[in-house]
Design a protein around this ligand. Structure first.
Ligand SMILES: C[S@@+](CC[C@H](N)C(=O)[O-])C[C@H]1O[C@@H](n2cnc3c(N)ncnc32)[C@H](O)[C@@H]1O
Length: 305
């Protein structure tokens, strides 16, 4: 198979996407590791970056997952049935207008969604993400999709127009997912990490920690029910004890610094975008490298053996 891996990038816009800091995250990632885990996949900016750099025939396994079943449907359909996904997407974009947008969006409110195929669900997610106001999809407290029709969206010439998906990029992503041993699953990060262990590299990009006044509340509701960073810290300790290498992005807040105080923290100097608003960076990378320094040396020797 001929791959066009150099152009593979996220195929739907996503709040908190890490494409702009992929190089920086790469420079803070381990050079040698066993299998790769990314259990907060979202738009998958880092997963695609890691896969794009992967040498052919490495034999490494990639475990990509997310709690949101619609995101998983989009990734799985692109891996397994790309042409079917593209034909459904073409139909959606050909029919695009406010009424069509709302009809597709409301599949989750009248029990239609459960009857749809993986490709239909995946196409719905990509279509709504590319056409909704603000370019980001989340769910409300009841688990229903929050999105409103945008008169203009990325690439629009005007109200009546629309930007087609980048099918060349999606083909490149599909080829990349099939060029390696990639497993895509739906589930909580805790369940997915059950199989992770010694020598594995785990990149964590959870919903960011929020405090009342830190301005990050907009990123807190990817899924209904909120997110417990204390439990995440416990899991990071568990992964450290097992000898896995963990790198986590999070908001640079006092609670995060306290919860992850035993780990190494790096603060980037970059600007990031939330729903189109540029703001000064206030996030950090947390890793268990320093804690695991001694282990890392043993691990490198074990992997080289
Ligand atoms: C910050 S976003 C990830 C963004 C991604 N790194 C990117 O570049 O697009 C966080 C993701 O975590 C997922 N998520 C939230 N709670 C989760 C949980 N308990 N287990 C697994 N995934 C979860 C959300 O659905 C969301 O896609």
């Amino acid at each position: 198979m001929t791959t066009t891996t150099t152009i593979a990038h996220p195929f739907f816009p996503y709040m908190g996407g890490k494409r702009k800091i992929a190089n920086w995250i790469h420079s803070n990632s381990p050079e040698t590791f066993r299998d790769y885990y990314e259990p907060f996949l979202g738009g998958g900016a880092i997963a695609l970056d890691v896969l794009s750099r992967e040498p052919k025939g490495s034999g490494r396994k990639f475990y990509l997952s997310d709690y949101n079943p619609e995101i998983v449907a989009a990734w799985s359909a692109l891996k397994e049935t790309p042409e079917l996904l593209f034909s459904i997407l073409e139909g959606f974009f050909a029919a695009h207008c406010r009424e069509h947008f709302n009809a597709v969006r409301f599949w989750d409110r009248n029990a239609v969604l459960e009857q749809k195929s993986q490709a239909e669900r995946g196409a719905r997610w990509i279509y709504l993400a590319r056409t909704c106001f603000g370019g980001s999809l989340t769910t409300d407290k009841s688990g229903f999709m929050k999105a409103s029709y945008a008169y203009r969206h990325a690439g629009h010439a005007g109200h009546a127009g629309h930007s087609d998906p980048d099918y060349a990029n999606m083909r490149a992503v599909s080829e990349l997912l099939n060029a390696f041993d990639v497993t895509i699953t739906q589930g909580s990060y805790e369940r997915v990490l059950n199989t992770a262990g010694f020598g594995d590299f785990i990149y964590l990009d959870p919903p960011y920690e929020t405090t009342a006044d830190d301005g990050h509340e907009i990123t807190s509701n990817y899924v209904s029910g909120g997110f417990d960073h204390g439990v995440l810290a416990e899991n990071m300790n568990k992964m450290t004890a097992l000898g896995a290498m963990v790198l986590m992005s999070n908001a640079d807040t006092a609670p995060v610094r306290k919860l992850f105080a035993g780990f190494a923290c790096v603060r980037p100097d970059h600007i990031w975008t939330v729903n189109g608003a540029r703001r000064d960076a206030s996030e950090i990378l947390v890793s268990n490298w320093r804690l695991a320094d001694r282990l890392t040396k043993q691990r490198a020797l074990a992997l080289a053996a």
